[in-house]
Design a protein around this ligand. Structure first.
Ligand code: ADP
Ligand code: MG
Length: 694
């Protein structure tokens, strides 16, 4: 049972081990020696010279060559940190934390000392910090207060090929800062050969290639398209395990749920193999995993056994696992995509690009000649996959980003130095969302409210609710709700005890909906002393609740910095719900007997998510936090409201339609303008502003 918990299956065929372990054997050299073995080590003096001679450089190198962990240390050792920190950005929070941990071990200091990290709501740096890893989002936030990046001597924009919105924005902001500060050094690193584009953008700067120690990887394609890629994946892993030489396996899946269930199914399958076939250590890796569990993937596989790691695309470039000989690539990843017409953000499982496929393949050739199993056809690879992934800035909701740019005084978005400009409709819908939230005025200028909203590292909808709560005197309750919404699901629902877990959850349910339910749970957990026992009895994730408490503290410290009061309404549910409406009015839906609900804007048929405390209830009007697309469109985090509140708090957005009904209960609402007409309008307004500037 202990073993089962660890998801470990025993025994690799004995005599086969004897022959083959030497091939996959791990070394445990001292750290100083390990550092010298990395490909980047031989390039050290060339890199340092080039950085001294140029303000911008682009560094290209295979994943695992030592860019992220070593270059910062070289710069530190060469004295660059005397005039400011060496900052290194990562697109993912997990990578920032894990790399900072590793580097602090290599440097031999405690985490948060000379080496630290800063990710949203979690700052592990101190005055001593010289090497700072952070998410690109955090550095983008820092530019709000310090556009010149005066705390840094060098900034390394790592994993630039990922093209996150924050990295793309930082490209332009750092280019500006560098103009004003000739001594500031900017390094852009990338795993792919997109380097020419980066170099061109950064004034034709030099490109340095780090020759990697890579081995050939044999590619195997599926003969026919796979109907069920999960099944195909599991079959492929079993086949490798039973029929192939020693060496660990890396499998790319799209998300946490998929990974967890694959681990479970595979565990059951391997159990049936018996003693003849050997030990298979099954490990998951995704962002939401606690970091203690994550670090397991770095532990060497016990002699004679094989490891299989099920990963999201985090293992494409951000994290390097040694000893991988086999890669299984079903060809999909989850992509965040925003549909401005419907006003909703969706995570969609989509085919990966050719560049991604090749990156995945490369993971098999780091320790020796490897094999990559592509669970799609060769023709799909050549004819159907896009050459490169579309940059996030061209497909995500940009309201948060644009609010920050506006707060920095950057109003002329048309002439902003985007490496790849976002499509017009994304800019339009972000501008109109901010206008509707009253963060921008009719001329596209930041309002006082917008200025304050920009101080909170969260979605503008949430920062708007937060600020309304100050006026409505319920900032204590609202900060709790926002904090809990910002962390991972606090409800624990183990597969084998779902009903029990649901019963416990139901005891916290608030009749008016999920936001109040979350408040309820958090308040009771705190009242009970915030301990683990309370969580176990009630099927709650203690770790997530603790994190929510930290997030709440940080939100309140921003409220304090703005010299605003923190007040409790003593749980007045109407005040709390009205306050939610001030931000979420665009996410409102009306009951429609045959279909469930219909969104007021867009008229999309939606249902209440089965996990909601309003599931099965029949309130006329509700607001929701987000829409999720599974078997159908579901509203998630739903709260019932009165329709009058929409008119009261968003009179600029809604009108009542007279449908001859006498009773007030039958009040019918419609958006004042078609969403698009309004977009055009606010676009015109911001262009007026631009021509005025010129
Ligand atoms: P790159 O940025 O070029 O992809 P890294 O600097 O991240 O390369 O990694 C260099 C090497 O450091 C990896 O090959 C791996 O052996 C080791 N390494 C990196 N992170 C960790 C970690 N968290 N634990 C153990 N080893 C690590
Ligand atoms: Mg790296």
């Amino acid at each position: 049972d202990q073993l089962k918990k660890e998801l470990i299956v025993t025994a690799w065929e004995k005599n086969r081990i004897q022959e083959k372990v030497s091939f996959g054997k791990r070394t445990s050299l001292p750290i100083s020696q390990q550092r010298k073995e990395l490909p980047v080590y031989n390039m050290r003096s060339k890199l340092i010279e080039s950085i001294k001679a140029n303000q911008f450089i682009v560094i290209v190198g295979e994943t695992g060559s030592g860019k992220t962990t070593q270059i910062t240390q070289y710069l530190n050792e060469e004295g660059f940190s005397e005039n400011g920190m060496i900052g290194c950005t990562q697109p993912r929070r997990v990578a920032a934390i894990s790399v900072a941990k590793r580097v602090s071990e290599e440097v031999g200091c405690e985490l948060g000392g000379e080496v630290g990290y800063n990710v949203r709501f979690d700052d592990r740096t101190s005055r001593k910090t010289k090497i700072k890893y952070m998410t690109d989002g955090m550095l983008q936030r820092e530019t709000l207060l310090d556009p010149m990046m005066s705390k840094y001597s060098v900034i390394m924009l790592d994993e630039a090929h990922e093209r996150t919105v924050a990295t793309d924005i930082l490209f332009a902001l750092l280019k500006e800062a560098a103009k004003a500060r000739p001594e500031l050094k900017i390094i852009i690193t990338s795993a792919t050969l997109d380097s020419e584009k980066f170099s061109k953008y950064f004034n034709d700067c030099p490109v340095i290639n780090i020759p990697g120690k890579t081995f050939p990887v044999e590619v195997m394609y599926s003969q026919t398209p796979q109907m069920d890629y999960i099944e195909a994946t599991l079959d492929c892993v079993m086949d490798i395990h039973i029929n192939n030489d020693a060496g660990d396996i890396l499998v790319f899946l799209t998300g946490q749920e998929e990974i967890d269930s694959c681990c479970e199914i595979l565990y059951e399958k391997v159990k049936t193999l018996g003693d003849a076939i050997g030990e298979l250590v099954i490990l998951p890796i995704y962002s939401a995993l606690p970091s203690e569990v994550q670090s397991k993937i770095f532990e060497p596989t016990p002699e004679g056994s094989r490891k299989v790691v099920f990963a999201t695309n985090i293992a494409e470039t951000s994290i390097t696992i040694d000893g991988i000989y086999y890669v299984v690539d079903p060809g999909f990843s989850k992509v965040n995509s925003y549909n401005p017409r419907a006003g909703m953000e969706q995570l969609i499982v989509s085919p990966i690009s050719k560049a991604q496929a090749n990156q995945r393949k490369g993971r098999a050739g780091r320790t020796g000649p490897g094999k990559c199993y592509r669970l799609y056809t060769e023709s799909a690879f050549y004819n159907e996959m896009l050459p490169n992934t579309i940059p996030e800035i061209q497909r995500q909701n940009l309201s948060n980003t644009i609010l920050m740019l506006k707060a920095m005084g950057i109003n002329d978005l048309l002439n902003f130095d985007f490496m790849d400009p976002p499509p017009r409709n994304l800019l339009l819908s972000a501008l109109s969302e901010l206008y509707n939230l009253e963060a921008l005025d009719g001329d596209g200028y930041l309002t006082k409210l917008g200025q304050r909203m920009s101080q909170f590292p969260m979605d503008p909808t949430l920062s708007r609710v937060m600020l309304s709560s100050v006026t409505n005197e319920c900032s204590d309750e609202i900060s709790t709700i926002i904090a809990v919404l910002s962390v991972q699901n606090i409800f624990f629902r183990p597969r084998d005890k779902q009903q029990q877990a649901d019963r416990q959850k139901a005891r916290f349910n608030h009749p008016y909906g999920d936001h109040l339910t979350l408040l309820n749970v958090f308040t009771q957990w705190e009242k009970a002393g915030g301990g683990q026992q309370f969580c176990e009895i009630n099927f709650l994730h203690g770790r997530h609740l603790k994190r929510a408490r930290d997030v709440k503290d940080q939100i309140l410290s921003i409220v304090n910095q703005l010299h605003l009061p923190i007040v409790s309404c003593r749980g007045d549910v109407d005040i709390i719900r009205k306050t939610l409406v001030t931000g979420f009015f665009m996410n409102a839906a009306k009951r429609e007997p045959s279909v469930g609900y219909k969104t007021i804007v867009g008229n999309t048929a939606v249902g209440i998510h089965p996990s909601s405390s309003l599931f099965g209830k029949e309130y006329e009007y509700v607001i929701y936090n987000s829409l999720v697309l599974t078997s159908r469109e579901f509203m998630s985090q739903v709260t019932s409201i009165e329709p009058e509140w929409l008119l009261e708090f968003a009179p600029h957005y809604y009108k009542a339609i007279d449908n001859n009904s006498k009773s007030r209960k039958k009040l019918k609402l419609a958006p004042l303008h078609d969403r698009y007409a309004k977009n055009q309008n606010s676009w015109r307004l911001s262009s007026i502003r631009q021509s005025r500037e010129k």
